[in-house]
Design a protein around this ligand. Structure first.
Ligand SMILES: [Zn+2]
Ligand SMILES: [Zn+2]
Length: 355
């Protein structure tokens, strides 16, 4: 099933080497196969991990089309019985506005069956796959993306603006997974390290969940100042307390990881999320973990249900918390190099690329 006027070619921004400009190429628009769907991208926000790959701090197969915080409109689905469905089991139809999981999972390996599909043994990650002749459109910095079988697709409420919906499938869903891992936050003392997209979103989730107080710690004053509007009740440059029930480490800085473990109360939970690129090791006092009955959880990516939670959260709270302000500037696909340079130089929470 395709729209009349189906295009044969489209533009994609291909990243081939660190230090080289991203190149806009004309590539063929594929017809979706069984349980695949072709999406016309309407917005892609550049995530911190895209910047890590762009700067060489994180290795990625190349050439690749970067960008995984993507939303778009279904342009074509496979004809016949093998149609991709959304997470609710509804058939995707041409014209549906959707977000989707950062990775596609097989659904049948022992990790998928064990509840960690984000670690599927044959994982396909949007914005991280090498471009091959038969599959180039796997990232967000392009006009189209081909959704794979095993992708968790969620239809977007029409009232959710593009810029707010875009980070749902990375930052917001990861926070939903972190909050699920932490358990009920009602009445808890919550401490968050890192006032980026993840940290600010965590403050909003904790506030909405009824936390007793929400402290946010960051060394960057400008970022920290945004915390109050996301529900943070204390803005801290350093942390000296050790009576926090739920501690979220979203920055990835080794010193913050150490502070997070030291800041947890007896019986507390420490959720480590930010450490996604190589960094210095951290000295841990095991006696502290044992005697204080601490639980330390690592959270990386998420399950399909967390993406549903993320979209519902944004739908319910996007007017209470200023998520729209976090995307500071939008660039066209032709200006994708300027978008990365702006993001590296100015460190905004997010920039958007609109094909
Ligand atoms: Zn991301
Ligand atoms: Zn699997």
């Amino acid at each position: 099933m395709t729209l009349p006027g189906f295009r044969a070619m489209c533009r994609a921004a291909v990243f081939s080497a660190v230090g080289q400009p991203i190149e806009i190429r004309e590539v063929a628009v594929p017809q979706p196969g069984p349980r695949e769907a072709l999406v016309r991208i309407t917005c892609c926000t550049i995530c911190g991990s895209d910047l890590h790959t762009f700067s060489g701090a994180r290795s990625s197969p190349m050439p690749t089309v970067l960008g995984h915080e993507i939303i778009g409109v279904v342009e074509a689905v496979n004809e016949g019985e093998f149609v991709l469905t959304d997470v609710a089991g509804q058939t995707l139809e041409v014209g549906d506005r959707v977000t989707w999981s950062v990775a596609a999972s097989c659904g049948s390996c022992h990790r998928c069956e064990g509840g960690i599909p984000q670690k599927c043994q044959t994982l396909f990650k949007y914005g991280h796959e090498v471009c091959t002749e038969d599959h180039e459109l796997s990232g967000g910095l392009a006009e189209y993306c081909l959704l794979q079988a095993g992708t968790a697709v969620v239809k977007l409420p029409s009232e959710l603006p593009d810029a707010i919906a875009c980070p749902a499938n990375c930052a917001t869903a990861t926070v939903a997974a972190a909050v699920r891992s932490a358990g009920d936050l009602a009445g808890k003392r919550v401490l968050v390290f890192g006032a980026g997209m993840l940290g600010l979103t965590t403050c909003a989730f904790a506030t909405a969940a009824g936390a007793a107080d929400v402290s946010l710690c960051d060394v960057n004053e400008d970022r920290l100042a945004q915390g109050a509007s996301f529900g943070a009740t204390s803005l801290l440059r350093t942390v000296t307390t050790d009576d926090n029930d739920s501690v979220f480490e979203m920055s990835g800085h080794p010193s913050a990881v150490q502070s997070a473990i030291n800041a947890a109360n007896i019986g507390g939970t420490v959720i480590l999320v930010g450490s996604v690129s190589p960094a210095a090791t951290v000295a841990v006092d095991p006696e502290r973990i044992v005697r204080r009955l601490l639980s330390i959880h690592g959270v990386h990516n998420y399950r399909p249900g967390d993406l549903v939670t993320a979209v519902r959260f944004l739908e319910e709270y996007h007017q209470q918390f200023p998520f729209a302000d976090l995307v500071q500037k939008a660039f066209s696909l032709a200006d994708v190099n300027e978008a990365f340079q702006f993001a590296v130089k100015n460190r905004p929470i997010r920039v958007a690329v609109i094909p």
